[in-house]
Design a protein around this ligand. Structure first.
Ligand code: FES
Length: 58
């Protein structure tokens, strides 16, 4: 598993995710990006929404 600074956790696939509400999501990719920022429209999978919300440090 790999974590990026402001982005997703990259995990080896394929895998089967079971969400807190009991949904099962089948991911057939060799690398699956899991959303850590909770901004994704397809949460728990990353849709790259984290890229549009980066904070700038002054
Ligand atoms: S980590 Fe990419 S949308 Fe949340």
């Amino acid at each position: 598993m790999a974590f990026t600074a402001d982005g997703p956790a990259l995990v080896e696939g394929p895998l089967e995710l079971v969400t807190a509400d009991g949904r099962t999501i089948l991911c057939d990719r060799c690398v699956v990006a899991l959303c850590l920022c909770h901004r994704s429209a397809i949460y728990p999978l990353c849709d790259t929404s984290h890229r549009r919300h980066r904070r700038t440090v002054e």
